[in-house]
Write a protein that binds this ligand. Structure first.
Ligand code: NDP
Length: 450
């Protein structure tokens, strides 16, 4: 291990020993940077790693709101403004009971690299709340979003910090947040939030972008190894925004998706998942995936059992797409996937594979598309939304999708080039980290000690 990397890792492990997700994300990146750090001693002199690991600013705030019973509820709000090196802070808001500073920092840190890979002028940030939208009425969601924005508005702006959606934050929540922001600011500043509904300034194809982008990336990765999606079996975890549109594009590319999941369990349909039914359950009824069996009695349902391999990874597949949450694909799951002959894993969620799982997959010659690269289509299209808002103009669906496809092809080529340049034997995970790090480190050197 390079001495500089080891020292920084030791320091960060000691300083942030209560932030396991953040430490995990940092460790995975730093270890993979060894070849480029060895080749560039000037990075140590400028304390590039130390500066990259500290957010420029982390904001914590109280979010009081009133539920339908008239009771006062208090949640915690976060915005971690990690890096404005190459553009305004940019990254989603997550509403989920598990949200804490460690998770916000891991997501913000990953976001800096992801955004650099897009080649667009966007920095990195992340935010959210431990508010749980599940089971809440529309009015409760609206009151919560309004209270959240009443504090957040002072920290964001279309040239400073541009939030978007993530787990638990979709078009409905972005709408309520934008309405409150506009009311407080007394101005229409469309570019302050992305993921907006198309009827008031959103971009066509933004909703589809992360899932579609993932499939463009996986297609490029397979193509590079003389393979394609045509006729392949695919399993997907999650049934939210990323999972649904990954499924849609997988079908469009000729693959068959046989399983999808939510946090309670997974459905397996050997005839191919009926995506219209999943959309109805998840996007319209906001129900549970188990309800799929009501209209598809031949499908099977497997309940999640705590401490076991997620049932979705027990299903034999050619391509696995984890699209739910962090650390959902463990070493045990990776072993099952490999023994079932998986050829590629594309990370739609952020850090869904544990470090050990990723290493095991790579050691067994499975192609792995790292989240930073493979799911960057969402934020790339958010940047395209911002540029449409600045121009006061819009692109057609096809125009946005073509731009997205080109961006994903470029990202794959950058990851591959970095892997090839450093002799990493098709390790596109390390390739993604190195390609992004090079852009960021050079920008840091150019801007002086700030
Ligand atoms: P959604 O809220 O739309 O969907 C999340 C899905 O994951 C749901 O099916 C949910 O099930 C499941 N899930 C959430 N938490 C858990 C958990 N702890 N265990 C098991 N399943 C869980 O979110 P998105 O689709 O937007 O985001 C999914 C992932 O993709 C996240 O990691 C996010 O950071 C990442 N991502 C999202 C982008 C976007 O544009 N939306 C862009 C880039 C990355 P349930 O309904 O039961 O909770």
């Amino acid at each position: 291990m390079n001495a500089y990397i080891q020292r920084v890792l030791d320091e960060i492990n000691e300083r942030y020993n209560t932030q396991p997700e953040f430490l995990q994300a940092v460790k995975e990146v730093l270890i993979s940077l060894e070849p480029i750090i060895n080749a560039h001693p000037e990075y140590e002199k400028a304390a590039i790693l130390e500066r990259m690991l500290e957010p420029e600013r982390a904001i914590l705030f109280r979010v009081p709101w009133i539920n339908d019973k008239g009771e006062v509820v208090v949640n915690r709000g976060y915005r971690v403004q990690f890096s404005s090196l190459i553009g305004p802070y940019k990254g989603g808001l997550r509403f989920h009971p598990s949200v804490n500073l460690s998770i916000m920092k891991f997501l913000g840190f990953e976001q800096i690299f992801k955004n650099a890979l897009t080649g667009l002028p966007i920095g990195g940030g992340k935010g959210g709340s431990d508010f749980d939208p599940k089971g809440k009425s529309d009015n409760e969601i609206m009151r919560f979003c309004q209270s959240f924005m009443t504090e957040l508005y002072r920290h964001i702006g279309q040239d400073t910090d541009v939030p978007a959606g993530d787990i638990g934050v979709g078009a409905r929540e972005v709408g309520y947040l934008f309405g409150q922001y506009k009311r407080i600011r007394n101005a229409y500043e469309g570019g302050v939030l992305t993921g907006k509904d198309v009827c008031y300034g959103g971009s066509l194809a933004r909703k589809e972008a992360t899932g579609y982008g993932l499939l463009f990336y996986v297609r490029e990765m397979l193509k590079n190894h003389n393979q394609s999606l045509e006729g392949k079996i695919v399993t997907i975890s999650g049934s939210g925004n990323v999972a649904i549109y990954a499924c849609e594009k997988a079908y469009a590319m000729g693959a068959k998706v046989v399983a999808m999941s939510d946090s309670n369990g997974c459905v397996y349909d050997a005839e191919g998942i009926d995506l219209d039914c999943i959309k109805q359950i998840k996007e319209v009824q906001r129900g549970r995936i188990k309800e799929y069996l009501n209209s598809h009695p031949n499908a099977q349902y497997f309940e999640n059992t705590n401490g076991q391999v997620s049932p979705v990874w027990n299903i034999k597949t050619d391509i696995a797409l984890p699209c739910a949450t962090q650390n959902e694909l463990t070493l045990d799951a990776a072993k099952v996937l490999v023994s079932n002959g998986v050829i590629a894993v594309g990370e739609g969620a952020n850090m869904p594979c544990t470090y050990e799982a990723t290493q095991y997959l790579l050691d067994n010659n499975v192609l792995v598309g790292a989240a930073k690269a493979a799911n960057a289509g969402g934020v790339a299209t958010s940047a395209i939304e911002m540029s449409q808002n600045s121009m006061r103009y819009y692109y057609t669906f096809d125009e946005v999708e073509k731009k997205l496809e080109q961006i994903m092809i470029h990202i794959f080529n950058d990851c591959k080039a970095a892997s090839d340049n450093y002799g990493l034997n098709n390790n596109y995970v390390a390739g993604a980290n190195i390609a992004a790090f090079k852009k960021l480190a050079d920008a840091m050197l150019a801007q002086g000690i700030v």
